[in-house]
Design a protein around this ligand. Structure first.
Ligand code: ATP
Length: 234
């Protein structure tokens, strides 16, 4: 579904992505693992069209999308739940969800998608009129996911979705990701919670200093001595 080949990204003179290649098959969950500063967020933001790569290719199916603006990428079916959630705090929960459906691909089905999102997150339904900034951290994360789903993505990229959440909410978040995966959603998951994300993922990549240094099935990487030592503290 998504094929990234030899992707390079620079911030000024500093190279953040160096020849990154990866493949995401439709209907699978792919984990991207790496230390702080490895380039995970840069990779997600480049695929999303927020950052412009200096080289390489990003193909969605047969279509080259590298360098397209983010609203176009979004409208082609790539949604993103950004690190730090980025909801609109002064808008209500309902308004935040509605904002997710403004892209053309989502408009016609918005009412049906809205019902589906509220069925997935009943807690949001109880708070539809409430300003989003007054939600708890876990509820804000649900809202960020719900808003992304309102755009009817075929592929969702999660950037550190469990960051700052209490352990019980982290479990709930992983349940949500599993539910979406079971429904056939294609998922890219960047997570500090490496063990949990590798368990979920059919395929995983390890990013170090802007390069992919290891890849394999989630199970194989969970068992890999270098991964165990560097990321699982074993
Ligand atoms: P983290 O888990 O800490 O968010 P990450 O793996 O997502 O890390 P990135 O945020 O993609 O890593 O950062 C990759 C590299 O690019 C780092 O060296 C970082 O300092 C640098 N970088 C990120 N954003 C910028 C920016 N706007 N300007 C300059 N350098 C940046």
């Amino acid at each position: 579904m998504l094929t990234v080949t030899d992707l390079d990204l620079f911030y000024g003179d500093a190279q953040a992505l160096d020849g990154v290649s990866l493949t995401v098959r439709a209907g699978t969950t792919t984990a991207i693992v790496g230390a702080n500063g490895a380039g995970k967020t840069s990779l997600i933001r480049t695929i999303a069209g927020i950052l412009r790569p200096s080289g390489g290719s990003i193909r969605l199916g047969e279509r080259e999308i590298a360098g397209l603006p983010s609203h176009t990428v979004c409208n082609l079916g790539i949604g993103q739940v950004a690190e730090g959630r980025q909801i609109f705090p002064s808008l209500s929960v309902r308004e935040n969800l509605e904002m997710g459906a403004v892209i053309p691909r989502a408009r016609a089905d918005a009412a049906r998608t809205y019902d589906r999102v509220l069925a997935l997150f009943p807690r949001l339904e109880e708070r539809l009129g409430q300003a989003a900034g007054t939600l708890s951290g876990g509820e804000q994360q649900m809202l960020a996911i719900g808003r992304c789903l309102m755009g009817k993505p075929d592929l969702i990229m999660f950037d550190e979705p469990s960051l700052g959440l209490a352990p019980a909410l982290v479990q709930e978040l992983f349940r949500t990701v599993r539910t979406l995966a079971a429904e056939g959603m294609t998922i890219i998951l960047v997570e500090q919670n490496v063990a949990a994300s590798l368990k979920l993922a059919s395929h995983a990549y390890v990013l170090e200093n802007g390069r992919i240094v290891l890849s394999g099935s989630g199970a194989a990487l969970l068992d890999d001595p270098a991964v165990k030592q560097a990321y699982l503290g074993l």
